[in-house]
Design a protein around this ligand. Structure first.
Ligand SMILES: [Zn+2]
Length: 99
């Protein structure tokens, strides 16, 4: 695993990250820069819903992405589009496979 691409920081998308980082401690997490506040508050918000998480979300090696950011995953180009809808900071990923 080389990249963790977060479409958004809702709890169901970030709760497993501490466990993934146990296995892949250096893998970077790519997250929309404006979604960081939701990421940082995900577990405290969960407590308000009566959910408790014994782990902390990773705080290191988090890479900001923005609308129309591009990155390379192996031989695949990925372009990021900010697409509010499901969440205000939801991002859509377009994978361009090149042979
Ligand atoms: Zn969601």
């Amino acid at each position: 695993m080389t990249h963790l691409l977060q479409t958004h920081a809702h709890l169901d998308h970030v709760a497993g990250l501490p466990f993934v980082r146990d296995v892949f401690p250096q893998v970077p997490i790519f997250l929309h820069s404006l979604d960081k506040v939701n990421y940082e508050e995900a577990f405290s918000r969960a407590k308000s819903y009566g959910m408790y998480f014994p782990r902390q979300l990773p705080k290191d090696n988090i890479i900001d992405i923005k609308n129309e950011s591009e990155l390379t995953v192996g031989e695949t180009r990925v372009k990021i589009y900010h697409t509010p809808g499901h969440g205000t900071l939801f991002t859509f990923l377009v994978f361009k496979f090149e042979s």
